[in-house]
Ligand binder design. Structure first.
Ligand code: H79
Length: 480
């Protein structure tokens, strides 16, 4: 059999057997696909400008801010170690009582411009803001409920102030929106009776109205990130999730929407019953990343991961000593790791109720920002490089530029680089520094000399490559 034919057959076998498919992404052969009314709208990545922009931004910040910032994880003298924004649930606080916190909502230190400057300094290109978390409190004066900032001592439109300030700094704003609303009397976890059905229909109309209100009041919003969509009530109303996506896309051309919103005709979420991603990007990577070796199929679709700095605190919690707190370098490594696998990373901040940030978060933003200022070219607009991963760190790539982002320096003082067939490394330069020596050691294998660097600071080497190099060389394979 000739080699090309053999390769084609191998590829076909690979595709047909669906080798290494994602647990959630079980692709059926095309002819066996079932017809869906509310499945994926599209196969593969979106290629328009707005999506490209979303993708090239790569680094974002999450802002979790709501009434939960006031108790900060403590209720009636008891400190709960679970996520602070879930305190209402942990402490079983009835809605009426929880909403009393609105009387104390007065963030006197809040200055949207300061927040925007902090984000700018950190080097994030977008910010995802919790417009409404599960508790139901809205950061904008929604006319469809009284549970909003308008009825607090602060009174003003917090969300509006933030949108303007971030946009003024050239930072995109994305809206986090929890569909599940613990304070709305018509919310249902499941639909079991005609009464549930009627109530939930009213709830969906209320939600539509709030979303239309957000899209109309803040037309510069670039993305909606839905959460609180896992309940049976929503899974039984897949049509509504498809409708919301369509409605927002009609109102805001180019807007991007996360996969978490969607459920198909059979209540299958994120990936439809045929295994195709719904929404524009996968948003299931919460506090975790795909496996660097096994999960590289994620490069087939757009995705965005989000992470907390402590183990699992999104909203402000007064005691961060209850779980491990990641160091700035550990946060940085997750950012680089995500980009090296073709994804975005969003780092979470949980501001205090007074409108200031805790010192740990300020230090984190400054430290990341300092590194990004020097090395950001290996993040923004970069993608999966397709080169064999090495133990020293991660590759990222932008057009012809391949970046080595080094987190683990070897004792040999040589960073091993293995290139794909036909690709030669011509030159290596430290970003913000000098050229370092490159030695070819085997076929498609190089030693890149370790530069002198600041201890504890990951560094970046930019490679100049020739991809049209002849595959012919003087190396001989061993006969065994
Ligand atoms: O906003 C942040 C979190 O509050 C929210 N998403 C991020 C971005 C979130 N994280 N996890 N969850 C929502 C789902 C949580 C589910 C659980 Fe439970 C809460 C598991 C145990 C407690 C709900 C209640 C499911 C089982 C019991």
């Amino acid at each position: 059999m000739n080699k090309t034919l053999k390769n084609c057959l191998l590829l076909l076998t690979f595709l047909a057997t669906g080798v290494c498919v994602h647990a959630q992404e079980k692709l059926l052969p095309a002819q066996q696909e079932i017809s869906l009314k509310y499945g994926a709208d599209r196969l593969g990545k979106r290629s328009d400008k707005a999506m490209q922009h979303f993708r090239e931004n790569r680094l974002g910040a999450f802002i979790h801010w709501g009434l939960y910032a006031i108790p900060g994880g403590e209720w009636n003298g008891k400190v709960y170690s679970g996520a602070a924004e879930w305190l209402k649930s942990w402490a079983k606080v009835p809605s009426d009582e929880w909403l009393q916190l609105m009387k104390q909502w007065n963030p006197t230190k809040f200055d949207a411009r300061k927040w925007a400057k902090m984000a700018k300094e950190m080097g994030v290109r977008y910010v995802k803001i919790t417009t409404k978390h599960h508790e139901g409190f809205c950061l904008w004066p929604s006319k469809y409920t009284k549970n909003t900032v308008e009825y607090t001592p602060y009174k003003k439109d917090l969300l509006g102030e933030m949108v303007k300030a971030y946009n003024d700094e050239g930072i995109d704003v994305h809206f986090y929106f929890s569909v599940m609303d613990w304070s709305h009397p018509d919310y249902r976890y499941d639909i079991k009776t005609p009464e549930d059905s009627a109530a939930f229909a009213r709830f969906l109309e209320f939600t539509d109205n709030q979303l239309k209100e957000l899209a109309t009041r803040y037309p510069t919003v670039k993305d909606f990130w839905f959460d609180g969509t896992w309940d049976a009530s929503i899974k039984k109303n897949g049509w509504w999730t498809a409708h919301v996506e369509q409605m927002l896309k009609e109102m805001l051309p180019g807007v991007t929407i996360n996969s978490r919103l969607r459920a198909d005709d059979y209540g299958k979420r994120h990936f439809d019953s045929n295994g195709h991603l719904m929404g524009d990007y996968e948003s299931g990577y919460e506090r975790r990343l795909p496996d660097p070796v096994k999960d590289l199929k994620v490069t087939r679709w757009d995705w965005e991961a989000c992470m907390t700095v402590p183990e699992n605190q999104w909203g402000y919690h007064k005691d961060w000593s209850l779980s491990y707190v990641k160091t700035p370098v550990e946060v940085l490594e997750r950012i680089v790791h995500a980009v090296s696998m073709g994804g975005n990373m969003v780092v979470n901040f949980g501001p205090q109720a007074d409108g200031d940030f805790r010192s740990e978060e300020k230090i984190l933003a400054t430290t990341i920002g300092r590194w990004m200022k020097k090395n950001g070219e290996c993040i923004y607009g970069c993608d999966y490089a397709g080169w064999e991963k090495q133990a020293w760190g991660y590759y990222t790539r932008k057009n012809k530029e391949v970046y080595m982002v080094v987190f683990n320096a070897p004792y040999s003082n040589h960073l091993v680089v293995k290139t794909p067939k036909g690709t030669k490394v011509l030159k290596a330069t430290v970003v913000g520094g000098k050229e370092v020596q490159v030695t070819e050691t085997e076929r498609n294998t190089y030693n890149v000399n370790m530069p002198v660097q600041n201890p504890g600071e990951p560094f970046v080497i930019k490679l100049q490559i020739d991809e049209a190099a002849s595959a012919a060389d003087n190396y001989r394979d061993a006969l065994t």
